[in-house]
Design a protein around this ligand. Structure first.
Ligand code: ADP
Ligand code: MG
Length: 693
């Protein structure tokens, strides 16, 4: 299994190098685990008259009547007219015309294979696969797997068929040596087929039923080991002793009775109860709090910090940006007015004298709540008795940062990570399998749902009319652009141009401007102008995405909305709708949009629900390139399981992993030897557990 791929029959050093570079395949084992992404029933031959617009890859049998060349330069293409007696389609090539014309004869029988595209009454297949027709008896029957290949691979004749041949020779030479990777008792409990059978049938399925069994076995195994690792990690962590917050005292109660400006939502109450309980058990809490934008997480954070100080501990709240930290500080100071609680703010721009004073007050224990940026977990910041750390809007709060926290007291403080990026359940279980997850699933009452509108960029005139109306009524407006320079030759609206344009369209209002390349000081200054209503329009890039709260802003305009991911659009939209007024989000795009983009925009128009949007995002993009996934730091590439479609297998794998660990927490019995060995192997290569731990 560990033999270098280049020694496999038909590969050699040159192809091996391409396989290394393009798809990360180095060994025989790697190629055996390079699974087809789909299967085609090659026993079926379609008729041209049966073709409609939604067909996947199909086979046709017929002949080419003539070749023709169309277009000039980059538009040049070769067309082969192909018929089977029931209709005519065009086979189209954009490259390699000479090769094709030389290789294929008109009027000889071929089997062609490809994905048909329908334009009105015309059908074509671009770059079809063509084989000489062989009689029924010797043609392949059943399902044929298709493998992903890159352009570069295709150029070197490493197409799907070539990969299939390599896999075949890998199977022939190793099948008898393949070691089972699941212990017998797990195979029994999960009722999965053995590995050899699964590997053979995932590549060369004997029939659809066995293919399903093979897929199930391999998906199960992949998810099972992830769960096993996470659960084991979690039980190790549970052995850590945490501080016991046994009481709710005067600080909490006075705040609740005198200062709380509104009734808590039921969700806020439930979460506070849940976390209060967590912090009283004697275990160290590690919890993720998810709550849609505007669900009131800050207030929850504050009340939990009050519980910490009621028990004689200090608490800190960490935000990703200076702007956000400052805003939290101001909000919290106002909320705590008159309660005689010492709160302070520490960021990168805190002056030396003030910083030293904070350091001192932390050490004496006089300073009870510290709010700030990453600056507050630096080693120079020492606490007298830190008991609770709350991390706001930070998805990648990894092991390195946590380790820093753990050194800040005799025991690790409780940790709560808050995020507005909704992570679908199946994903949360895989990504945060070792954390406890709470969800605030309710918005404070009286919020009017944001109205979202899709507008083509040609219709700006009408749009500015309604924006002006909002401005006249005293509201403020955000306008967001995807890029700040026209660097990438993409036809994007430029922030600078946009700024000038907006100043011209709205001369009677003040416009401010924020982007990522500004100095933090200038950025803060511009943000402050907007927050104080000294500027009514803010033109910005996505730097305003996270957390900022200006309740008077009621319009969010997103330029070139097609360039943004769904989660990002939802985050941006969450910047408005924070006050009592009706708010609007306007998504501007060109008229021409791909089907997927149009779907995404429609989801935004139809739904205000972050979880629904995250699920849809996962479905449209697949978890591989999911923005939310990146942010949440999924630590592994799944080879076969799909977190959206295979949610049930995730649950099932978790149950079985749970059982196994229940019986044998350290996996030290002989029957679990395989598990130990596999975990070690997996943590050595594909998994980076550090990110999620
Ligand atoms: P997020 O969860 O996005 O961080 P915030 O904590 O910024 O949300 O809260 C959004 C707004 O909702 C704030 O202006 C806050 O004062 C308000 N808010 C929070 N909880 C409630 C509540 N129970 N009732 C009414 N308004 C609330
Ligand atoms: Mg917030």
């Amino acid at each position: 299994m560990s033999t270098d791929i280049k020694f496999l029959a038909g590969v050699g050093p040159k192809k091996a190098e391409i396989l290394n570079k393009e798809i990360d395949i180095f060994t025989v084992e790697d190629i055996l685990y390079y699974f087809p992404y789909r299967y085609i029933d090659r026993s079926r031959i379609y008729l041209i008259r049966e073709i409609d617009g939604n067909m996947p890859y199909i086979q046709l049998k017929g002949h080419i009547t003539a070749f023709e060349t169309f277009g000039e330069g980059r538009n040049k293409r070769l067309v082969g007219h192909f018929t089977d007696g029931t209709g005519i389609i065009d086979l189209v090539w954009f490259q390699g015309a000479k090769f094709i014309v030389d290789k294929y004869r008109t009027y000889s029988p071929y089997i062609i294979f490809g994905k048909p595209t329908v334009f009105g009454s015309k059908i074509n297949i671009a770059h079809p696969e063509i084989d000489a027709y062989i009689d029924e008896a010797s043609r392949p029957v059943g399902l044929t797997g298709f493998y992903n290949t890159t352009e570069k691979m295709k150029k070197h004749y490493l197409n799907s068929k070539a990969i299939q041949k390599i896999v075949h020779s890998a199977l022939v030479s190793t099948l008898s040596h393949i070691d089972e990777t699941l212990p017998e008792h797990v195979i029994q409990q999960a009722r999965v087929i053995e590995l050899k059978k699964a590997l053979r049938n995932i590549h060369f399925p004997e029939n659809p039923a066995i293919l399903r069994d093979a897929q199930f076995r391999l998906k199960f195994e992949e998810l099972f080991y992830i769960q096993l690792n996470l659960l084991q990690y979690r039980s190790d962590r549970k052995k850590l002793k945490g501080f016991v917050f046994s009481q709710v005292g005067d600080y909490f109660n006075s705040f609740y009775n005198q200062n709380l400006p509104f009734e808590l939502t039921n969700a806020q109450k439930r979460i506070i109860r849940e976390i209060r309980h967590d912090m009283a058990t004697g275990e160290q809490m590690n919890r993720l709090l998810q709550g849609d934008v505007g669900s009131g997480k800050t207030l929850v954070a504050l009340m939990l910090m009050l519980i910490a100080i009621d028990n004689g501990f200090q608490a800190c709240l960490m935000a990703p940006t200076e702007i956000l930290a400052t805003q939290h500080y101001e909000t919290i100071k106002e909320l705590l007015f008159g309660l005689n609680i010492h709160v302070d703010l520490l960021t990168g721009s805190t002056k030396k004298a003030a910083r030293e004073k904070i350091h001192n007050n932390l050490l004496t224990g006089d300073l009870q709540i510290l709010i700030g940026t990453h600056a507050l977990i630096e080693d120079t910041v020492q606490f007298a008795n830190l008991g609770l750390v709350i991390v706001d809007e930070q998805h990648r709060f990894g092991v390195a940062q946590r380790a820093k926290l753990w050194k800040k007291n005799t025991r690790p403080p409780h940790v709560l990570v808050m995020t507005a990026t909704p992570i679908p359940r199946t994903l949360a279980m895989t990504v945060y399998g070792d954390l406890d997850v709470s969800v605030i699933d309710e918005l404070p009452p009286g919020r009017k749902p944001i109205q979202t509108v899709h507008q083509y960029d040609k219709k700006r005139g009408a749009l500015y009319q309604s924006v002006r109306k909002q401005l006249h009524e005293g509201r403020q407006v955000y306008i967001v652009y995807p890029l700040i320079e026209e660097s990438e030759k993409l036809d994007l609206k430029n922030l600078e141009d946009g700024y000038k344009h907006i100043c011209e369209v709205f001369p009677e209002y003040k416009v401010c401007k924020v982007h990522g390349k500004m100095k933090p000081k200038d950025k803060d200054e511009e943000m402050r102008r907007f927050a104080n209503n000294d500027a009514q329009i803010m033109v910005a890039t996505t730097v305003i995405e996270v957390g900022v709260n200006v309740p008077n802003a009621s319009v969010m305009i997103i330029e070139s909305a097609q360039r943004f991911g769904l989660s990002q659009l939802h985050q941006l939209r969450g910047r408005v709708g924070r006050g009592a007024d009706q708010s609007f989000c306007i998504l501007i795009t060109p008229y021409e949009l791909s089907t997927d983009t149009r779907k995404r925009i429609n989801i935004m128009v139809e739904s205000n629900d972050g979880f629904e949007i995250a699920e849809a995002d996962l479905k449209l993009r697949g978890p591989g390139d999911l923005e939310g996934t990146q942010q949440s730091g999924v630590a592994f590439n799944l080879r076969i399981a799909n977190l959206v479609r295979d949610g049930e297998i995730v649950n099932f794998a978790r149950e079985i992993a749970d059982k196994v660990l229940d019986e044998d927490p350290d996996l030290s019995t002989p029957k679990n030897l395989i598990l130990k060995r596999q975990l070690k192997k997996l943590s050595g290569n594909r998994f980076n557990w550090g990110i999620i731990s």
